[in-house]
Design a protein around this ligand. Structure first.
Ligand code: G6P
Ligand code: ZN
Length: 543
């Protein structure tokens, strides 16, 4: 087999965002686009010669083609071995697990997460390091720098590798091991949770609906929930991965998982509902007539962790991204454990987990996880909830009531303004930045602003500093507003406005969040002049 050196030129805009490089599928399918970026990854990580990598993706359109390119380029650059999920499928947490379990040097994950797929959708690629987690900023900076200097890439000329059969094969001198994508992951879940209690729960008639949203978690959820734990057949819906996610938007939130939400709010609602995203790292939790926000979910998992065998000895600490509500902070305080606040992006949890400072972490963007892998993990969160419900013999709604009565309630909502003109969005951010110094002490919409700043993070483990991580205001009444621009969009800019209000009055735990947050929303509108600057009367998405 011959290795060919293809001459190429730098392609603009190959800057990894919050989670790898994410672009329109058509952009990725342009000549040399994927190849340039893969070669830049090799450069950014110091080459792949002699290394073992893990490879898999969420099965979206172009996943199979891209996997073959990665294999041919890994072989050309001297990788020793690539461990690939059958049919190039691996959920993101399963890939993270494989990297760790097999002591690989790193891995390539092909996914644009919760973004729609298909020829008109999005595609993405990211590199995870030997700890199983997303590459840190130093690495992604090196990769980006390499995309700007690239002059050529190396690729083996060969037929496609058959990835449909489990077993070992070769491409040039490189070994390729095709593995069952589910087996190792299912084994790990069994080590973490009380599977006997979960089986007994389903045996007792507990009804559940898991919406895999035509994405990668279908086979995982079926194998674990239905085959292993005995949940009724049909518990998992939309369970066959499809390249365009059934023409849907695989983002587990009340808007995109509306069918599930309707069922859970309906007269014959099951006891428990859950959904996951394109690559299986996000989760949505919803009880009968009771939606749980991701921020509350993190707080509940922290408060109840010792019900789960793997966390029976308690938690080293917890971490949340800065815009995530401070509900978990109240739990951490009660448990007398550390609570870290990091910028948005799972990669920031890696050092804290590696250093043993935290056991659980989570984000408002529907991500929760622990030190079992270095990614957020959708199905893990679902099993965690089931474990708690089984052991506490309670319902989601009663558990939430109990939680709020104990810790208070952090009313929370996120308002997104999508595909906003980029310069208008940047101007909006700049104008708030200019007001930061003068805002404290002023009263807007009846709320007195207490603090106003821009979040910067000093990593306590490696000492690195990340600046410009979101603008935030707090109010004297216990409210908080965070505004930042999304780092995962592929069209214009997305303004995210995160709204929070703490309530400790037991009589006020059952309000509609949008009502409880009304004055905080007014403050955000006024400080950001959102309607005027974005030209939008209301947000495109409210979660
Ligand atoms: C991805 C990352 C998360 C992040 C989310 C939202 O899912 O893995 O860590 O919270 O994107 O990021 P964004 O920049 O769009 O708010
Ligand atoms: Zn995802």
């Amino acid at each position: 087999m011959t290795i060919t050196r293809i001459q190429t030129q730098p392609i603009d805009g190959q800057k990894p965002g919050t989670s790898g490089l994410r672009k329109k599928t058509t952009v990725f399918m342009q000549p040399h686009y994927l190849e340039n970026f893969v070669q830049a990854i090799w450069t950014g990580i110091g080459g792949v010669k002699g290394k073992t990598l893990v490879l898999g993706g969420d099965g979206r359109y172009f996943n199979d083609r891209a996997a073959q390119v990665v294999l041919r380029m890994a072989a050309a650059s001297g990788a020793t071995k690539v461990i690939v999920g059958q049919n190039a499928l691996l959920s993101t947490p399963a890939a993270s697990n494989l990297i760790r379990k097999r002591k690989a040097d790193g891995g390539i994950i092909l996914s644009a997460s919760h973004n729609p797929g298909g020829p008109n959708g999005d595609f993405g690629i990211k590199y995870n390091a030997a700890n199983g987690g997303p590459a840190n900023e130093q690495t992604t900076d090196r990769i980006f720098a390499a995309t700007k200097e690239i002059t050529g890439y190396d690729i083996v000329e060969a037929q496609d590798v058959d990835l449909s059969q489990i077993g070992t094969t070769k491409l040039a001198d490189m070994e390729i091991e095709v593995v069952d994508p589910v087996a190792d992951y299912a084994e790990m879940m069994e080590d973490i949770f009380n599977f006997d209690a979960l089986s007994a729960l389903f045996k007792s008639g507990f009804r559940m609906r898991f919406d895999a949203m035509h994405a990668v978690t279908g086979p995982y959820a079926k194998a674990i929930l239905e085959d292993r734990l005995g949940a009724a057949e049909g518990t998992v819906v939309n369970g066959t991965p499809s390249p365009d996610f059934g023409n849907g938007h695989p983002d587990p939130n009340p808007i995109w998982a509306k069918t599930l939400m309707d069922e859970m709010m309906g007269p014959d609602a099951p006891d428990f509902g859950a959904a996951s995203d394109g690559d299986g790292d996000r989760n949505m939790i919803v009880g009968r007539h009771c939606y749980v926000t991701p921020s509350d979910s993190l707080a509940v998992l922290a408060a109840n962790a010792t019900w789960v065998p793997a966390y029976a000895d308690g938690l080293a600490g917890v971490a949340r991204s800065m815009p995530t509500s401070r509900a978990v902070d109240r739990v951490a305080e009660a448990l007398n454990i550390r609570c870290h606040e990091t910028p948005t992006g799972w990669k920031f949890f890696g050092n804290l987990l590696d250093d043993g400072r935290v056991t659980l972490c989570g984000e408002e963007s529907a991500g929760t996880g622990s030190d079992h892998v270095r990614e957020k993990d959708g199905l893990w969160a679902v099993l965690f909830w089931l474990n708690i419900l089984a052991k506490r013999e309670t319902s989601v709604a009663d558990l939430m009531k109990d939680h709020w009565a104990t810790y208070g309630r952090n009313y929370y909502s996120r308002h997104d303004y999508e595909a906003v003109d980029s310069s208008a969005a940047n101007d909006l951010v700049a104008s708030i930045r200019e007001q930061l110094e003068t805002l404290p002490g002023t009263t807007i919409a009846g709320e007195t602003i207490e603090t106003a700043d821009e979040f910067a993070y000093d990593d306590p483990v490696d000492g690195s500093r990340s600046e410009g991580q979101g603008l935030r205001l707090t109010t004297a009444s216990g409210g908080r507003i965070v505004m930042r621009l999304s780092g995962t969009g592929t069209e214009g800019a997305t303004l995210r406005v995160y709204l929070e209000q703490v309530e400790t009055d037991p009589a006020k735990m059952g309000q509609d969040p949008q009502k409880a947050l009304a004055s905080i929303i007014d403050v955000a509108q006024s400080v950001g002049e959102i309607a005027k600057r974005t030209g939008r009367e209301k947000p495109d998405v409210i979660t």
